[in-house]
Write a protein that binds this ligand. Sequence first.
Ligand code: NAD
Length: 533
Amino acid sequence: MLSSILKTSSSTIQRSTPFVRRAFSTQFPALQRVAGVETVKNYINGKFTESKTDKWIELYNPASQDLIGYVPETTPEELREATKTAAAAAKEWKKTTVLARQRVMMDLQYLIRQKQDAIAENIVQEQGKTFADAKGDVFRGLQVVEQACALTSLLMGEKLTVAKDMETYMYREPLGVVAGICPFNFPAMIPLWMFPLAIAAGNSIIMKPSERDPGALMMLAKLAAEAGVPDGVLNVVHGSVDCVNYICDEPEIKAISFVGSDKAGEHIYTRGNANGKRVQANLGAKNHAVLLPDANKQAALNAIAGAAFGAAGQRCMALSTLVCVGETKDWMPELAQRARELKVGYGMDPDTDVGPLITVQSKKRVERLIQSGVDEGADLILDGRGVVVKGFEKGNFVGPSLLTNVKTNMECYREEIFGPVLVCLNVDTLDEAIELINKNPYGNGTAVFTNSGPSARKFEHEIDVGQVGINVPIPVPVPPFSFTGSRGSILGDMNFYGKSGLNFYTKPKTVTSLWKESDSEHTRAAVSMPTMH
Ligand code: NAD
């Protein structure tokens, strides 16, 4: 359910057009909306208002395929209004003190904590993940708001006496208007990577949630207003390619934070940079774990199953690839047994471990990639295709699936599957495992399971991946560290959250001042550059 703030009193009763969401299209068919189905609002200048657009994107519950909302393609006029209002707000917001902005963040973290369950429930309805996992989605974002509560220390400047009576000091200033473009898989966490730090740093921001699950961000925007974020400082617009291109081209927007797929990220990075913007873009992944024979078998297999199949594999840090060293390939039937025991179902069912995939197309794509593995010679020792959930027969469910004896040239290895599918490869040594992982273009996350300190140390030092887990399957650092995916998983060199996150949303200014005690004694102009201090 969308929250009540998103409701509209749609009165037109029209037939529903069979329409498959087309996130990559710039053209939406003239959609006849079904009466009583809620529309998602724009949030501009502190007001939730119905878009005047005639282009609407249908929003479905992925577990039931029920139509639960319409997302507007925010019109160019509305986008310009959002920008104008954000630019005006940024000028005033910048003048507030760091202490005042910090207090707003403290109130925001309190309000999010109060509403954590309601936001999580919205995520279950729109995104499909389990309620427990959705609460984690909110919680991991909340940690960034908590970081923003340490703003006074984080934004502390620097000062040095550089010559007699002369001082240089440096402090960081906001950029002005910035923008955030979000993916579907973490509807709360990823917006919370973006707007709290941007606002705390003194910017205003235009956020565009995924058109597949905008509800969590809409709820967060309402909480931000309650916490004291002034009108126009946080704005939310909607849509897909047209809206994104506007953000890339609008000169008033100085920086873009993007998280999502390679295709969209490369486009946004290139177009944003060409327009002189600072862009941080976190992209796709293929995260490998290495299983060594000296690992604690039970703990490792449980960790691997949880990280591969949790959130139906729709995490950028999902553990999607297992590299079995030596005899550990013989542990795969046991891993398959653990995966088989995971319950596929509706996210609000407390027994559910694995929810649905986001769309019908995602389900088809994942099923096709499983089949491609079989066709190319891998062994499908657990097949999650064809799973039917009672009461949710139309849902986009795929159960945990395990492909073994996979080779690096197979499509199921080369592609980011983004579903509950673990592909397993075999090597003889840790050196071979490291070489295999370093050859993969992605560098988001990796893990090693071992009881050997020397093996762990070797892995840590020789692996060329930005986030490394040692007996930790999903090594996403909490703030004050940053999210440090590397190589093909990132464009730009400024990471999300942590110190780097704050640096992204600010620019340094240095001031050098001279207040001579003996000014009155000056009789002659100095023309040479100083040689001594
Ligand atoms: P997506 O790229 O389809 O969508 C992300 C955003 O880009 C959306 O707001 C969408 O409207 C917009 N968009 C989509 N196609 C576009 C195009 N052609 N031109 C301009 N804008 C476009 O991604 P998704 O399917 O929502 O998310 C899943 C992807 O995100 C996976 O690849 C996953 O690995 C990645 N991801 C990465 C991280 C990370 O930190 N590295 C975190 C989460 C998700």
